[in-house]
Ligand binder design. Sequence first.
Ligand SMILES: Nc1ncnc2c1ncn2[C@@H]1O[C@H](COP(=O)(O)OP(=O)(O)OP(=O)(O)O)[C@@H](O)[C@H]1O
Ligand code: SF4
Ligand SMILES: [Mg+2]
Length: 384
Amino acid sequence: MTAEPAGVARSAADRATIRGRRQWPLPRQADPDAPLLVVEGLTTHFRLGGATVHAVDDVSFTLEDGEALGIAGESGCGKTTTALSLVRLLPSNAEVVGGSVRLFGIDLRTKSDNALRRYRWREISIIFQGAMNALNPVRRVGDQVAEPLIERLGLSKAAAMTRAGELLDMVGIPKGRARAYPHELSGGMRQRAMIAMALACDPAVVIGDEPTTALDVMVQAQILELLETLRERLGLSLILITHDLSVIAETCDRVMVMYAGRVAEEGPVGTVFATPRHPYTQMLLRAFPDVHAGRRDLGTIPGTPPDLRKPPPGCRFHPRCPVAMDVCRTVTPPEVTFCDRVRVACHLYPPGSDGAPRPLPPARAGAGAALPRASAAPPEEGAS
Ligand SMILES: Nc1ncnc2c1ncn2[C@@H]1O[C@H](COP(=O)(O)OP(=O)(O)OP(=O)(O)O)[C@@H](O)[C@H]1O
Ligand code: SF4
Ligand SMILES: [Mg+2]
């Protein structure tokens, strides 16, 4: 086992090339040599009645220049809250209570709400799911794309409209359609308009939160292709949140699988999908159809994700894990990074172990029956 920072190490030359394409200089406090985005120990709670929802708990990841990170996991596991916490675009009952978010080395966590506004849209922008709801129905799409250019970059109305036309053109919407209202555009066109808005200020990081979920498969493919092309052309750094593992497989460099507000496994897409280590990742992949595999029954993940007002102690997956051990019920598994840059939080892979994937028994995987208990030396709480 080797402890290495997760992520694709881009060369200084790559980084300089991508940063050189920016239309605007880096923020003044930026460290030009710092990684693009480093998130450490991010913890976000919601207040709900008298209870606390532990939505995001000690989540860490990095994003390098030009890299695409996919975030996967069942509904309610904290994908959206993680993304929104980066720039604190959260509902009023939410609070980021711990961790750090460093963009170009600048800690956004310590910024006041007012100071953070400079980073929203301009450095980190979000393509929301369901463009019809995210776009203002009574404003022309061209005006909406122009708005961040006027508000955030101080462009004149005329200059912003010209740039909005160029942006719409870049995402495949003819300039003339800038005068259309959202309801006059197809679902795919509206999502393209959202992408144009997200790109308007030439942000360092674009977050796509289920950007294709509401679209039919043909349009989904077109939108993903568009994101790919833009990534290549603009050197975009992308965080892509999706339930669709095949989208991550095709689009992303790395994948982070979340379960109940925590990171279960994270690493290069090819490695994690070919040899998943965490039982949850294995079950998630088995529950997903693979067009390249032969005919097989899809697995299911028995049970339901926990109520995050009262998450289970120890490993949050233990009530559903077919190979749970006694230690799993009481001790939080430490995150351990192996030499193939895969990070796993599971007692099957304790610090110092060789990290060799331990597949679930095929006949029982996903069936939900209690499997024979595996044995592993319980690691120390908090060790890594
Ligand atoms: N406004 C809110 N108030 C209270 N709890 C919330 C609120 N929004 C989300 N949560 C809770 O926070 C947890 C994480 O939610 P989040 O929306 O981040 O999950 P998600 O992974 O994005 O789910 P989905 O795939 O359904 O979009 C869930 O338990 C959810 O119920
Ligand atoms: S083996 Fe234990 S630590 Fe690993 S996923 Fe199952 S319950 Fe969690
Ligand atoms: Mg979500």
